[in-house]
Ligand binder design. Structure first.
Ligand code: URA
Length: 205
């Protein structure tokens, strides 16, 4: 029997569904049209007991070829940012709002996000992170259920349900908008301070 969970009461993890079980249900998914054009499903990767879970938008070209999130240029920027927060890739878990590459890197469509949503929700429940970092608008809108743009959300920690949420710019966006990089740097430094100031929740120890 699972442990009963009273929403809003504490940070107690609900009954565990493993990432492997979620991936098995996802299988060779063809629930939306992205299943026809993708190379590899990019399920997510990292520490299943991570304190910090990162959520991106969707796989790009390199991710689609390799089946791993954030392995291209955006991933290099992410690595540099992680070090500002005192984190390494092996500490964190990363997944995307949609698990298959939208052709030509177009934005994911509402119906594609809808079809993919249960898998990301289950990943969040399985990892039960202390902090969710939303990289860009799609992740922020998914997690915070708002239409406010990332510029109006970033720069502070939010709380939604059980989770502390840090919305910030997408690391790929800062490659085109160089002026955003300093905000990303500041946000990741804020994340590092938050992690240092808050002890890990009991399920992480
Ligand atoms: N951009 C994303 O949002 N996710 C990836 O995995 C790679 C680039």
């Amino acid at each position: 029997m699972g442990v009963m969970h009273i929403p809003g009461h504490d940070h107690q993890k609900p009954q565990e569904v493993t990432l492997e079980e979620i991936q098995a249900v996802l299988g060779d998914c063809h629930l939306c049209p992205l299943g026809q054009t993708r190379n590899k499903i990019v399920f997510g990767v990292g520490n299943p007991n991570a304190r910090v879970m990162f959520i991106g938008e969707g796989p790009g070209k390199n991710e689609d070829l390799q089946g791993e999130p954030f392995v291209g240029a955006a991933g290099h920027n992410l690595d540099a940012l992680l070090s500002k927060a005192g984190l390494r890739r092996e500490d964190i878990y990363i997944a995307n709002v949609v698990k298959c590459r939208p052709p030509g890197n177009r934005n994911p469509r509402p119906e594609e996000i809808e079809m993919c949503a249960p898998f990301l929700r289950e990943q969040i429940r399985s990892i039960w992170p202390d902090v969710i970092v939303c990289l860009g608008n799609f992740a922020a809108h998914f997690v915070l259920r708002t239409e406010t743009g990332i510029t109006g959300l970033r720069g502070r920690m939010h709380q939604t349900g059980h989770f502390v949420v840090m919305p910030t710019f997408h690391p790929a966006a800062a490659l085109y908008h160089r002026e955003w990089q300093q905000y990303l740097d500041e946000d990741f430094e804020m994340l590092g301070r938050w992690l240092a100031d808050h002890p890990a929740s009991p399920n992480k120890q």
